[in-house]
Each structure stands twice: as structure tokens, then as C-alpha cells.
Ligand binder design. Structure first.
Ligand code: NAP
Length: 254
């Protein structure tokens, strides 16, 4: 149990990667707040965690609203007394020709994928500074914050911003004992991604062909790093952007 007695918040915990991290953190001994806009899904996952002997709280959250993020931190501290780990995972993807990308869509992606991460970091840090013990922040960004993918201007710009925020806040808050790291996943087979694959809208064969390990990722592939970055075993890591992509970003040949 690498996270015994820790208190964590996972944003976007209703599905996919966030759901996986929330369940795994609870298995590792953390009390976990699951937060997003889908209370029914969150409540079911929280019940599943409790049935397995863990501690979980489901709370409504819209990461685009700073006061909503503040409320999740406040209610977590009311329930569990402190906050040790903040996982800023909530995100949306968007693919559209840039010349036709509407300002509303651009803004929606930035509000969720960049501002949402900042609000999460800010609210968590205020609590971690106030409690005096610091804590860990883990931002789930993307390899598309490191390299470019056509038609994903808003997504790539937001994720690149979130990677930079990770480094900047790590430097700013190191003296407050707050570590800030990011996981930058490659393609991960969540239900959503599987749906896109099934509709033939993602060239999964081509992606696998240019991935040194020859496959796309599974949610389980991210769990070891998520636990490491939330635990004391990564004590001297801060400001790191850890790619988990089977070597896809490292590859530069043909
Ligand atoms: P997903 O299955 O679509 O889940 C996204 C989660 O974000 C949901 O729980 C959703 O919850 C939540 N969310 C979206 N907008 C929100 C908002 N305004 N406020 C609060 N919660 C919100 O996506 P995923 O694949 O697990 O992705 C999770 C993160 O990993 C994202 O940041 C994504 O960019 C990143 N990522 C994913 C992949 C991949 O291949 N899957 C690759 C690289 C990076 P509600 O709808 O309930 O609010």
C-alpha cells in the first residue's frame, strides 16, 4: 500500500484514465474524492471502492469554474482533514481544421484542458500550503503537448500550456514542499478511444506501426507511474513530464 493514509482528489474520475487512477489510488490505501460533472457515474464508482473496503467521496465538479474546484478541495478537507495528492485529469479532446475552428470551441478546450488544470493546481496548493505539509500534484497532459498533431490546435496548445504550468509551478512551489509532475500519455484505449477505433476514425494500425513497442496503451499502463508520482517514493521528482507511450515520442525514424 504505497498511498496508505494519503488523501487524494481525482478530477474527471467518472470514466477512462481518471476512473482507473481513482480506483488504483484507493487500492493503494488513499481516501479518494472522485469529481466530475456526472454524479451518477461517480457515485457508482465510489460505492464500488467502498464495497472493496476503500474510502471514497463523489463530488460534482466543473473544472472550468474556479469556485467549483475550490468547493471540491474544501469538501474533501471537511471529509478527510487534509489533501495530499491532486490529480488534474479532466480533459476534452477536439479535432477540427484550424482555419474553421470556432472561437467558442477554442475557448472550451482552453477552459477545460488548460485553465481547469491551473485552477486545480491553485486550489490544491492553497490547501497544501495552509496545512504546512505540502503535497503532490499530478497533471495528466498528453504527448500532444510535446509534439504537434494537425487539426488539434486547441488541444495541443492547451496540453503544451499544461506541461509548462507543471514545470513553472514545480519551481515556484518547491520551497512549499509541493511537487508538481505530469504524465503525458500516448494513445490509451479508454472506452471513448475504443469507440473511435471501432468507427474506423483512428488509424490504430498506423499508430501501432510507428510505436516502438508495437501497440497503443491501456489504462492499466498508466497506473504504476500515477502511483509513483503520488507517493513518497518520488520524493526528489518535480517538474517532470513523464511520457507513457511505448516509445512513440522518442521515435524519429521513417
Ligand atoms: P474520457 O474517458 O473522455 O474522460 C474524461 C473525463 O474528464 C471524464 O471523467 C469527464 O467527466 C471529465 N471532464 C471533462 N470535462 C470536464 C469538466 N469541465 N469538469 C469536470 N470534469 C470534466 O477521457 P480519457 O481518455 O480518460 O482522458 C483523461 C485525460 O487524459 C484527459 O486530460 C486527456 O486529454 C488525457 N489523455 C488521454 C489520452 C487517451 O488516449 N485516452 C491520451 C493522452 C492524454 P464528466 O463528463 O463526468 O464531467
Amino acid at each position: 500500500m504505497k498511498l496508505r493514509d494519503k488523501v487524494a482528489i481525482v478530477t474527471g474520475a467518472s470514466k477512462g484514465i481518471g476512473k482507473g487512477i481513482a480506483i488504483r489510488y484507493a487500492e493503494e490505501g488513499a481516501a479518494v474524492t472522485l469529481a466530475s460533472r456526472s454524479m451518477e457515474l461517480l457515485t457508482a464508482i465510489a460505492r464500488q471502492i467502498e464495497d472493496a473496503g476503500g474510502r471514497a467521496l463523489a463530488l460534482p465538479l466543473d473544472v472550468r469554474q474556479p469556485e467549483s474546484v475550490e468547493a471540491v478541495v474544501r469538501k474533501t478537507v471537511e471529509a478527510y482533514g487534509r489533501l495530499d495528492i491532486m490529480v488534474n485529469n479532466a480533459g476534452i479532446s477536439m479535432a477540427h481544421p484550424s482555419e474553421d475552428l470556432q472561437p467558442d470551441d477554442w475557448q472550451r478546450a482552453l477552459d477545460t484542458d488548460l485553465s481547469g488544470v491551473f485552477y486545480g493546481c491553485r486550489s490544491a496548493a492553497k490547501q497544501m500550503i495552509a496545512q504546512g505539509t505540502g503535497g503532490c500534484i499530478v497533471n495528466i497532459t498528453s504527448v500532444y503537448g510535446l509534439v504537434a498533431a494537425p487539426m488539434r490546435a486547441a488541444y495541443c496548445a492547451s496540453k503544451a500550456g499544461a506541461n509548462m504550468l507543471t514545470k513553472l509551478l514545480a519551481c515556484e512551489w518547491a520551497s512549499k514542499k509541493i511537487r508538481v509532475n505530469a504524465i503525458a500519455p500516448g494513445y490509451i484505449r479508454t472506452e471513448l478511444v475504443q469507440g473511435v477505433i471501432d468507427k474506423g476514425m483512428l488509424p490504430v494500425g498506423a499508430i501501432e506501426k510507428r510505436t516502438p513497442q508495437g501497440r497503443i496503451g491501456e489504462v492499466s499502463d498508466l497506473m504504476g507511474v500515477a502511483v509513483l508520482l503520488g507517493s513518497d517514493e518520488s520524493e526528489f521528482m518535480t517538474g517532470a513530464i513523464v511520457t507513457v507511450d511505448g516509445g512513440w515520442t522518442a521515435y524519429g525514424y521513417l
